[in-house]
Ligand binder design. Sequence first.
Ligand SMILES: [Zn+2]
Length: 298
Amino acid sequence: MGDISKEQKLNRLHQRLLQKNGHYAEVIRYTDSEHITLLWDNKAVSTSAYKRFRDGRVSYKTSDISRCIGDKKKQKNGHIAEIIKGPMSGNISVRFEDGTIVGNTTFWQWEQGNISYPAKYEETRKHHVGRQEMQKNGYVYVIDYVEHTNKVHGHFLDGKNTKTITSIKAFNMGVIPHPDGDEEQIRQKKERLGSGLIQSNGLTLTIDRYRTSQDCGGYFEDGTRVEKFKYYKASTGHVGHPTLSSFGHGTYMGFKTFPAFTEDKTVYYTCRCNKCGLEDILTPRQMAEHRKSFHEEE
Ligand SMILES: [Zn+2]
């Protein structure tokens, strides 16, 4: 082979080309056209003739390529393919995010982003579109679009849309959540909304706002509002009143209060009226009556 100019040599040095085995090789030493040294993208080093390199025909030992397993790359179909097997003489197997495996493809195809789902899979995808199924929450879900079996878009027939991206499996199992909650939650909401629950301070709390069991609102029998409590807390009597303490000093209806005892679920307080000085053991309701009878018409 004839010699090339120094300038041509410099041009060829650090040239980086994708070879047909799917890997990039960079010229790191150019002795002459028959003897070049290549550094591969996986740090392997090999020697070749320049023409083979230029034609993309250089390869290296498969033992050097094993590090490609686990490499991920987004394909032109928008999905990420991970190399799970190979490459032996350029052949690899990849796995898409949803678990679909495409075998017998090439690193070159992967590198170019040309790996697509098998034709059979595309058929399956299309087959699901338009399917309707009653979910366990009692709502019918319709599949609009299947990105892949773990990424299914659709809507409920009642028009309420769920932002949840679901899977064919969840759809078939009937477990896609509805934005209003499931039937059991709706039943609980109906049952609990408007219910009156006696709290440990002796006052009845009526629930008039029930978003979920974790977010309720209501009012005590004296009209005082309380917000953002859990239903469980109300059902066990643990929602507190802002001024009537069930465990320490409080003020209520013009009385200074301190819990005395509980009898038949009625809470009695040792209390003293701020206006007339009456000292007695009364229930919150009796304190309210005293205030109404003796101090409101003054
Ligand atoms: Zn009084």
